[in-house]
Design a protein around this ligand. Structure first.
Ligand SMILES: *[C@@H]1O[C@H](CO)[C@@H](O)[C@H](O)[C@H]1NC(C)=O
Ligand SMILES: *[C@@H]1O[C@H](CO)[C@@H](O)[C@H](O)[C@H]1NC(C)=O
Ligand SMILES: *[C@@H]1O[C@H](CO)[C@@H](O)[C@H](O)[C@H]1NC(C)=O
Ligand SMILES: *[C@@H]1O[C@H](CO)[C@@H](O)[C@H](O)[C@H]1NC(C)=O
Ligand SMILES: *[C@@H]1O[C@H](CO)[C@@H](O)[C@H](O)[C@H]1NC(C)=O
Ligand SMILES: *[C@@H]1O[C@H](CO)[C@@H](O)[C@H](O)[C@H]1NC(C)=O
Ligand SMILES: *[C@@H]1O[C@H](CO)[C@@H](O)[C@H](O)[C@H]1NC(C)=O
Length: 365
């Protein structure tokens, strides 16, 4: 019965309605289509408008609403538009940011170098972040830390906030850098991080700085405080009055070891975009800093630092057993370290004109 009824009613609907009023049916269909169209349109409009009020701004920054910068194709992976969680980049949201890492060894002038970079309005170098051991426990903690730095969320006195055009940190070779070199190179190459190598040519001077610094940590001649960096020539004189004894037997093996580490680091990181600097070259020729600014693609500025050099002048004045050291290096390929940098007229010029420091942060070991 029910089946029959159904069949009948269907039948009547299909057969009879069109015959009776084709015009009415067409009108109904047309109306239905119009109503549907208006409804769909209104939903679309509503979604667009809610999107633009809340998410549009945030997502937009990441997804390039900024005009294409005028750069070479190879540069594209090195240009970033971070969207920090801790603040808004406001008027500088469309200023591209480059990522860098200063890779160096303790007592190689990187502290001084970093104060020079941070004298630039558009550079934020965040210091020796990985001197804190927990941050370099494993590759995940290292990457987490780097992500935060490069997203501009690492806030300290070096932060320039919204108008930063280059952000980075200072990283010593013995702070997980060599140990996890494979993954770090991969991170640098996929995230577009540029490396600035800063080494010291005169390894002997660096050694004195290390010895003196560890002595200072124990003795604290500056009114009981340990100072790795000084800002007055008076303080520098006090610190330099300590003359370390250098173990002459171990001298050459130690120098070789430092050279090996340097070579290894350069080899590990050779596939990254990098620049190699020597402390002595930056000291002698400030145009080296222009090269660095060019490398980081920041506008060129005169950069200055308030730090004062501790060990000025000839090395013979700074080593207790100078004769032994002289003998050990005489006639070897390292002989130039004995007198290097401070020969002839250059000596006076450097001492008087250039204030600098080779007392890096203490984070050996
Ligand atoms: C750079 O150094 C100069 C001279 O010491 C100083 O006047 C200036 O404020 C510094 N700029 C920044 C951004 O630190
Ligand atoms: C890395 O170290 C952190 C902190 O010590 C730990 O929580 C995490 O599980 C470690 N990750 C890996 C992959 O070992
Ligand atoms: C550098 O910073 C200034 C403000 O401190 C800003 O006006 C300028 O756009 C920045 N330059 C770059 C290249 O980001
Ligand atoms: C130690 O402190 C005294 C008094 O505060 C000061 O006069 C002196 O210069 C300080 N010495 C050094 C080496 O800083
Ligand atoms: C130098 O170091 C070697 C090896 O550690 C040691 O045997 C030697 O006694 C040291 N020499 C001096 C003068 O301290
Ligand atoms: C300083 O270095 C630049 C290149 O970085 C070089 O062209 C210039 O001749 C150097 N100046 C001196 C005085 O050595
Ligand atoms: C270096 O060695 C040469 C001979 O090999 C010697 O004549 C000279 O006096 C030595 N110089 C010093 C400073 O010991």
């Amino acid at each position: 019965m029910a089946d029959n009824l159904c069949f009948l009613s269907k039948d009547s609907f299909i057969l009879k309605l069109p015959k009776k009023s084709p015009l009415v049916l067409r009108m109904v269909v047309l109306l239905f289509v119009m109503v549907c169209g208006v409804y769909i349109c209104s939903i679309c409009l509503r979604q667009i408008s809610t999107g633009s009020t809340s998410e549009f701004l945030n997502i937009g920054v990441i997804q390039k609403p900024c005009p294409e910068p005028n750069i070479e194709p190879w540069e594209i992976p090195f240009v970033h538009y971070p969207n920090p969680k801790t603040f808004s980049r406001v008027e500088c949201a469309c200023n591209p940011v480059r990522y860098f890492a200063i890779m160096s060894m303790q007592r190689s002038g990187s502290g001084w170098f970093e104060t020079l970079l941070n004298n630039h309005t558009n550079i934020s170098s965040n210091g020796e972040i990985f001197s804190v051991k927990v941050r370099r426990t494993n590759v995940s903690t290292i990457f987490e830390t780097l992500d935060k730095v490069y997203n501009l969320d690492w806030l300290n006195s070096a932060s320039k906030n919204e108008c930063t055009a280059a952000v980075g940190l200072k990283w010593m070779l013995n702070q997980g850098l060599m140990q996890h070199h494979k993954q770090i190179v991969e991170y640098f190459n996929t995230r577009g991080v540029s490396a600035i190598f800063l080494f010291r040519r005169n390894v002997l001077r660096r050694m004195i700085s290390i010895l003196a610094n560890s002595y200072d940590r124990e003795a604290k001649p500056l009114n009981g405080t340990h100072k790795s960096h000084v800002h007055s020539s008076h303080e520098a004189e006090i610190l330099a009055s300590y003359k370390p004894v250098i173990n002459a037997t171990l001298l050459i093996p130690n120098i070789r070891q430092v050279e090996e580490s340097t070579k290894k680091a350069l080899d590990y990181f050779k596939s990254t975009r990098h620049i190699i600097l020597y402390y002595e070259d930056v000291v002698k020729n400030r145009t080296k800093l222009d090269e660095v600014q060019e490398f980081l693609k920041v506008p060129k500025r005169e950069l200055s630092s308030r730090q004062v050099k501790i060990h000025k002048g000839s090395l013979s004045k700074h080593i207790q057993n100078w004769k032994d050291v002289e003998k050990a290096l005489n006639g070897t390929q390292y002989e130039s370290y004995l007198y290097g940098d401070y020969r002839r007229g250059l000596k006076l010029q450097i001492v008087e004109e250039i204030i600098f420091d080779h007392w890096d942060y203490v984070a050996c070991g």
